[in-house]
Design a protein around this ligand. Sequence first.
Ligand SMILES: *Cc1c(COP(=O)(O)O)cnc(C)c1O
Length: 410
Amino acid sequence: MTTPRKTRDPKTLRPATQLVHGGSMRSSFEETSEALFLTQGYLYDTMEQAEARFKGEDSAGFIYSRFANPTVAMFERRMALLEGAEAARATASGMAAVTAALMGQLKAGDHIVAARALFGSCLYVVEELLPRFGVASTLVDGADLAQWRAAMRPNTKTTFLESPTNPTLEVIDIAGVAAIAHRHGATLVVDNVFATPLLQHPLQLGADCVVYSATKHIDGQGRTLGGVILASEAFINEHIHNFLRQTGPCLSPFNAWVMLKSLETLPVRVAAQVRSAEKIADYLADHPGVSRVLYPGRPDHPQAALVKRQMSGGGTLVTFDVKGGKAAAFKMANALSIVGISNNLGDAKSLLTHPATTTHQRLKPEVRANLGIGEGMVRLSVGLEDVDDLIEDLGHALSVLGAGARRAAE
Ligand SMILES: *Cc1c(COP(=O)(O)O)cnc(C)c1O
């Protein structure tokens, strides 16, 4: 007999190693690559075992894939390691994660405070859905801590924010908001999609719960939708566990398998995309057809000091204003040949969108203006193409604006 190989506690490993090995559960076949368990249910050896599993006395086993599934569990375990969270629950989409993280905590008569600059569907949940169930909501300018302080009420149960925000890439002081929330006995939920799990760690900054649309950088290759909620064991058990099991927004094992395999390459992909985003932001900032570049990695970002405190990189998104408003932005985008026109983000393919006419079209013009979303503003999600090809593509597209843009520059 040989002695079994040693295994390291995955918590002691560095993130890139955790993302390759963490959370794996091998079947008796000892497969190298994580297995895909496409099964709805599970067999019990005996009636006694079934009884024990339903009583929760045999927690190692599975009952039904709406509750838990081995492939989904591997994805959750790997995400929990990366985030440094005690517990994780995967969901069918990012919106299922956001909705469960908020509704799981709230009941009629409660109050929520959220930053105004939210992903469109998150804004719907906070502004329209929750009030239908008797939960009052207040929206604040997320960057202004005084507004968070003023909005808190005795019945405020939770607070919610995204940082960096979409599409203006404004950064919100997570530790500052967490301190305000906790002083009032409320929790803080952070949608960490734009920062990715690698560049910002909300739980370490004091947040109680982190949510992701795994659809974005975690899949990273534009294939499947998914989401994940990460928090302490106590938070998950109290607010999330039963809500998800009984209402059913579970992640398909197939999608979990795609995400699980994607996590292996997440650090390599995000690092390459951040490097390219930095170069593109610098290129655009010097371009005469561009009036403003918003990129958290640049020293001219309005909250550069906070970015330095809170993030370890500027992210994979670059937002910029094309001189000449909507007509110029459209003309430029229509002239792109590598960068695709799409509202999606975090893909291996570079994608560009015009928020004023797509993701933020529903908002009144004055609300858009208030959020800093101009008619010439475009948001670029930087992919994995060669950065010089991307710069050439953007340069060519901006050049079609020609004299018009140069005139506007004067
Ligand atoms: C995409 C996104 C969501 C929603 O995720 P889905 O997977 O599309 O449901 C929520 N928040 C942010 C910041 C997003 O970018």
